[in-house]
Design a protein around this ligand. Structure first.
Ligand SMILES: Cc1cc2nc3c(=O)[nH]c(=O)nc-3n(C[C@H](O)[C@H](O)[C@H](O)COP(=O)(O)OP(=O)(O)OC[C@H]3O[C@@H](n4cnc5c(N)ncnc54)[C@H](O)[C@@H]3O)c2cc1C
Length: 394
């Protein structure tokens, strides 16, 4: 096997998945993660489609089922917290024969991490500073000053990938901003006893509240912004102020969520964007997951796609006996058209994701009622939640 020593940047969903498959096939992956510990906070994701099939191949479905937050309904509420309408999640679960989970992003990553063979080297609290792809290897300089050689480098370091920046250029070359900002944080105090996913809409903004398996509650705030905002990405206080400007005095539990936000330990704030690239690999360096194909949260499939991409990338390396020139090009040939299609679908949702007027909120709430009808849930699930791709066996 050629190219056994592979550095993976990022211990998220893509990073742990690609490490899982590479080690299973006899490669020697090393992971570098910039966070000091394995990241555990985060928002919930819906998990279905092609990634579910990969999870079955990894034998982690039972472990994921234990993490599933069995949501019964996405409940649209008014400013007094009264139910107006709802998306019936039970009907969707039934239509997909249980092959859909609602999980914390970090629970999915942790479950994959727990399935890794013992002994994989994971370097925390460090990051790649520079890369030199020359003389048949990649010389990697880390932020702590260490220099090591690897046969290949895989960037699985998310939307704001450092590997992508170093190997392909600055983020703005590839980012397509969708005109929304999103924030998520868990709250020390409980704001409701209702365990459904509660969603309060105003023209151009949404405040959502849900309960995690451990009883804690989390907020998910999404609002429209025509322009990309200029703010310091490391300054949490500044980002919190942007949210206060949007949500203070907006009714329902918005003010209470803002108060809880001050005490949270896992604040997340970011633009809603896609990453679109012509190619995902250059020389001995390749990208996987949000780093190269982020479909944005509007697709509701970023994690499942990251798992499928990791399976194919590692599988093609196995199939080519580690020949990266063949493997990287096969990985793109097999997966990129599928991703291009997913990205187009998400772009189609962008205009209506958060309704911009009272009328469109009303229409959306009426449409939610249809989800209670089994035939409608079955049709929606078949159209948007089943992936038309056949995975090779490696
Ligand atoms: C609010 C929200 C809701 C979403 N809902 C869904 C959903 O319902 N369904 C779904 O499938 N997807 C959803 N997604 C998308 C999903 O979370 C991502 O697509 C998925 O997490 C991508 O996995 P990844 O491993 O590529 O990146 P990430 O999960 O972002 O992991 C990247 C890892 O790299 C690390 N890292 C970053 N920079 C460096 C560096 N320089 N050096 C070393 N390590 C680094 C990070 O700390 C992190 O551990 C949602 C996203 C958001 C924001």
């Amino acid at each position: 096997m050629k190219n056994e020593n592979i550095l993976i940047s990022g211990a998220g969903i893509a990073g742990t998945s690609v490490a899982f498959w590479l080690s299973k096939y006899g490669f020697k992956p090393v992971i570098v993660e910039k966070s000091p510990v394995f990241r555990t906070g985060g928002y919930i994701i819906d998990f279905f489609g092609v990634g579910f099939e990969v999870a079955e191949k990894m034998n982690i479905v039972d472990a994921l089922r234990n993490e599933d937050i069995q949501m019964n309904e996405v409940t649209a509420v008014n400013k007094d917290g009264k139910r107006i309408s709802g998306l019936n999640m039970y009907q969707f679960r039934k239509a997909l024969r249980g092959r859909v989970f609602s999980l914390k992003r970090s629970s999915l990553a942790k479950t994959i991490y727990d399935a890794l063979p013992k002994g994989i080297e994971i370097i925390y609290n460090n990051s790649i500073k520079s890369l030199k792809d020359e003389n048949g290897a990649v010389a990697v300089e880390f932020e702590d000053g260490t220099i090591r050689n690897f046969d290949l480098v895989i960037g699985a370091d998310g939307l704001h990938s450092k590997v992508r920046e170093l190997a392909f250029g600055p983020e703005d070359k590839f980012e397509k901003f969708f005109g929304y900002y999103v924030s998520s944080f868990t709250m020390p105090d409980k704001l409701t006893v209702n365990k459904n996913f509660l969603s309060y809409s105003l023209p151009g903004k949404q405040a959502n509240l849900y309960t995690l398996n451990d009883g804690r509650q989390a907020a998910l705030l999404i609002y429209r912004s025509n322009n990309k905002l200029k703010y310091n990405h490391h300054n949490v206080k500044e980002q919190m102020q942007l949210l206060r400007n949007e949500y203070a005095h907006e009714g329902w539990l918005c003010q209470q969520m803002l108060d809880e936000m001050e005490k949270t330990e896992d604040f997340y704030f970011d633009a809603v964007s896609q990453i679109k690239m012509d190619t995902w690999s250059r020389g001995r360096i390749s990208l996987v997951g949000d780093a190269c194909d982020c479909p944005s949260l509007l697709s509701g499939q970023g994690s499942t796609l990251a798992m499928a991409a990791s399976y194919i990338l590692a599988g093609e390396l196995k199939k080519s006996n580690g020949d990266h020139t063949i493997a990287f090009s096969e990985y793109e040939r097999k997966f990129k058209p599928f991703i291009d299609n997913k990205q187009k679908l998400a772009q189609g949702f962008a205009a209506s994701f958060v309704p911009s007027s009272a009328l469109s909120i009303w229409l959306r709430n009426m449409a939610l009622r249809l989800s209670g009808f089994p035939f409608f849930a079955k049709w929606m699930a078949g159209k948007f939640m089943v992936d038309d791709i056949v995975l090779d066996e490696y």
